[in-house]
Every structure is written in structure tokens, then in C-alpha cells.
Design a protein around this ligand. Structure first.
Ligand code: UD1
Length: 423
């Protein structure tokens, strides 16, 4: 498997970097295309990522035509024929996020059979809220031999309160409710920008959704949806990762097309540390002088709190800042594995359940490390740029799920980084 090799220390990233469309937006958008029984749906600004190819397979497996033009970064979906109702294990198993096809298949066909996603390295991640919400809308749910089956001739609008604002459950229920009879109200809904992006596409397809981006989303069901055209929102996590890359290398980088509003929680913590962050016409500029930064305490929360998907990258920065920083991870259990890897670089940390105390600014050195999940892989690469010596990062399959041309973009900014094919 490929490896990334970084010669770290004494580099300051400088220049401009371009951000792709958001992985976490395009996956549910692809699931939404299942709902269009008339006309084709065109998605633009699609990132070229392995997770996108996996989702394309899932949708194609339903007898839907999916045409990915990688040069134009566009996907054209034609779901106008009769669609199948089964999403098989081989794909669901690859990517947990594909569970968001459950709601659209059920809403369109009255029956859906989707494999139960397994656990994953960042915690047990149940899907009880997805299922309870569909049940509230009148679906009969069964779990058998590793599959979930859901049946409802036509879903009925319902009031559903989520005891945790789950992103995936909000998306699944929002999509299911577009074709339900009557009004659905999702309370304590997730408010992530990717939820708003999904509602924008669904409304263009003929749905009637109000309140996306707030904690109460109201959906009035319609009889059918049609194809539409939509540009995927910029990836706030990729943008945030480059913002931290600039901060960790005492750099000066313009993250082009990054959206200030979407990155507010990260920006506020970077500023508290002493990083200069400013809004420019073309995006967000980040300038820093690593030696002058101060330690901070951060707690991950659902949006608009500090994103769990920036936790790993931010802890890499904390590791380089002199003093004691604290990271509290409240969204996922078991999401500190990158810090265990960073012990190999000499990091001094204490981890107690959801809290990591990071004694930063010590003598860290390059070392061979392994990615343990998607954001961990980015964090280890960022750390590798900041410490002296050679760092090799393995298991890049995680990185390729969510970052397009990551090492090329960093190299263009001045990093000494290359990717080599391994045995
Ligand atoms: C999405 C993102 C992921 C991000 C996460 C939180 C995509 C493709 N992935 O994942 O990158 O890290 O949001 O911002 O958009 N939970 C339950 N029951 C449920 C559903 C979730 O208990 O039915 C729990 C999970 O175990 C987890 C927490 O809620 O602890 C957050 O999960 P959720 O918001 O659903 O995240 P995902 O949609 O899986």
C-alpha cells in the first residue's frame, strides 16, 4: 500500500490552495437522487474521492444510471426507471454513510432492504435514531441476518424528536419525509451546513422543506420529485485542515473559497491560540507564528460547535504548541487513536476516556506511523510537517476517502512531501 513521506521542520506553507466540494455533502446528495422519478439530476463540484465511487456503486446497484465525469467534476444521475429496493452488504460494509439510502429507497418504493452497517474504528455508531424516526413515520422495521428491512406503503408525516442531533439520521428522515403523506417535523435536528445543502437540492427537486440549518425542520410531503441541478457546497473540513496546516507550519496561506460562517468554531479557537485568521474576497487567510501560540481547551460538539472531524488535525497543532492543551471529544468514542500513534513521535499525552491532555511543544521527531481513520491520516501528515526528521504515514486508503490530491496541494504550498507506492 502507498505511503506518504514527509521531511519535516523548517518549512512554512505559503500561497493559495483550492478546496473541493464537500464529501459529507455529496454522499447524501447522491442518496437524494434516488428520489427523482422524473428527469435527471446533475451534481456539480463533486470531489474525486473513493467514498464518492463507493456511493456511486450503491446507487448504481439500485438499477439507476450514474455517470461520473471526473474532468468536469460532475455526476449525472438518471433514476427514472423502476428502481430496485436492496442495497447489498458489499457496499454498505465499505462505507457506513451509505445507510442514508434507506430513507429514499423506502419512500420511493414502499420497501427497502439495506445491510446493517458494522462498527468502525471511531466508535460503535448505532443507527437507532434513523430507525426510530422511520418507525414514527409508520414504517415497519425488521432486522434479520444482518439486514434491515423497512416497509410502508406510503410513509406518514410525524413529529420526531431526536435525543441527539445525528447528521445521518436527520438526512435519512428528511429525505424519507419528502414523499410522505402530510407534515413531518424533525426536532433537535442536526444543523450542519451539509444538511442545508441537502435541503437545497431536495427543494430544487420539488420537495417542500423549511428550517434546514435550524433545530426544527419541517417537511410537507409531495407526490413525486424530479431531477434538478446543484453545485456541492465547499468542504469545510478540507478547508479547516489546510487552515491548521498553515498554523502548524508558521505559514501564510489563502484557503480559497472557504466559507467563514461554516468554519466559525475552528476560527474562534485558532484566534484564541494566537493564529491570525482573516476573511478576504477569495477565501480565508491564515497566518501564524507557531512559537508564539498559546495552549487552549476545546470540546467537540454538533454544529455549530467545534467539529469532531477537525479534532484530530487540531490536536496535532496542540501537540506543537508549548504548554498544556485539553481536547474533549463528546461526539464519538475512541477517536484519539492518532494521538497514540503520535506517541511514536515523542508526544507526551494523557488520555482518560473522552479527554486528552496534551503536553505540547516538547521535542517531537519524525517517525513511521499508521493512519487509523480518515481525519487521523490528515492529522499525522500535518504533524509530520511540523516536526524535524522523516515521517512516513501508511494506510492511505483512509486519506483517499476524504482528501483529493492532499499531498500535491501541500507540496504546492512548499511542503517536502511525496507519495510512494508500497509493496
Ligand atoms: C456524519 C459525518 C461524519 C461526522 C459526523 C459528526 C457524513 C458522511 N459523516 O457522520 O464525518 O464525524 O457526522 O459530525 O456526513 N448516533 C446514535 N444513533 C444514531 C445515529 C448516531 O447514537 O442513530 C450517535 C453516533 O454513534 C455518534 C453521534 O451520534 O456518536 C454522531 O453521529 P452522526 O451525527 O449520526 O454522524 P454520522 O452521520 O454518522
Amino acid at each position: 500500500m502507498d505511503k506518504i513521506i514527509i521531511e519535516g521542520g523548517n518549512i512554512s506553507l505559503k500561497g493559495e490552495v483550492i478546496i473541493e466540494g464537500a464529501k459529507n455533502a455529496v454522499l447524501p446528495l447522491l442518496a437524494a437522487t434516488i428520489l427523482a422519478s422524473k428527469g435527471k439530476t446533475l451534481l456539480k463540484n463533486v470531489p474525486i474521492l473513493s467514498d464518492v465511487y463507493t456511493m456511486n456503486h450503491v446507487v448504481r446497484g439500485l438499477n439507476i444510471s450514474v455517470d461520473f465525469d471526473e474532468v468536469k467534476k460532475e455526476i449525472l444521475v438518471d433514476a427514472t426507471g423502476d428502481i430496485l429496493d436492496t442495497a447489498p452488504y458489499e457496499f454498505i460494509n465499505k462505507m457506513r454513510a451509505s445507510i442514508v439510502v434507506l430513507g429514499p429507497i423506502l419512500a420511493r418504493n414502499g420497501y427497502a432492504k439495506v445491510s446493517m452497517p458494522g462498527g468502525c474504528t471511531i466508535g460503535s455508531r448505532p443507527i437507532d435514531l434513523h430507525l426510530k424516526g422511520l418507525e414514527a413515520m409508520g414504517a415497519e422495521i425488521h432486522q434479520e441476518n444482518g439486514d434491515i428491512t423497512a416497509t410502508a406503503k406510503r410513509l406518514k408525516g410525524a413529529h420526531f424528536y431526536m435525543d441527539f442531533p445525528s447528521v445521518g439520521a436527520t438526512q435519512n428522515l428528511m429525505m424519507a419525509a419528502t414523499l410522505a403523506e402530510g407534515k413531518t417535523v424533525i426536532e433537535n435536528a442536526a444543523r450542519e451546513p451539509e444538511i442545508v445543502d441537502l435541503s437545497l437540492l431536495l427543494n430544487k427537486m420539488g420537495a417542500n422543506i423549511k428550517g434546514a440549518g435550524t433545530e426544527t425542520i419541517t417537511i410537507v410531503g409531495v407526490d413525486s420529485l424530479h431531477g434538478a441541478e446543484h453545485g456541492v457546497v465547499q468542504d469545510r473540513i478540507e478547508a479547516g485542515t489546510f487552515m491548521v496546516a498553515a498554523a502548524i507550519t508558521s505559514g501564510d496561506v489563502l484557503v480559497k473559497d472557504a466559507i467563514w460562517e461554516h468554519n466559525r468554531p475552528l476560527i474562534s479557537k485558532l484566534k484564541e491560540m494566537g493564529v491570525e485568521v482573516s476573511e478576504e474576497d477569495g477565501g480565508i487567510r491564515v497566518k501564524s507564528h507557531l512559537k508564539k501560540l498559546k495552549p487552549v481547551t476545546v470540546k467537540t460538539m454538533p454544529h455549530p460547535g467545534f467539529p469532531t472531524d477537525m479534532q484530530a488535525q487540531f490536536t496535532a497543532l496542540m501537540a506543537m504548541v508549548k504548554g498544556e492543551s485539553t481536547m474533549i471529544e463528546t461526539v464519538f468514542e475512541n477517536r484519539f487513536q492518532h494521538l497514540e500513534e503520535m506517541r511514536r513521535m515523542g508526544l507526551n499525552i494523557e488520555i482518560l476516556r473522552d479527554t486528552a491532555i496534551i503536553h505540547g511543544g516538547g521535542k517531537l521527531q519524525g517517525a513511521p506511523v499508521m493512519s487509523t481513520d480518515l481525519r487521523a491520516s490528515a492529522a499525522l501528515i500535518l504533524a509530520g510537517m511540523a516536526v524535524k526528521g522523516t515521517t512516513t504515514v501508511g494506510k492511505l486508503n483512509h486519506l483517499d476517502r476524504g482528501y483529493y490530491q492532499f499531498h500535491e496541494k501541500l507540496a504546492k504550498l512548499g511542503a517536502h512531501i511525496k507519495r510512494v507506492s508500497g509493496e
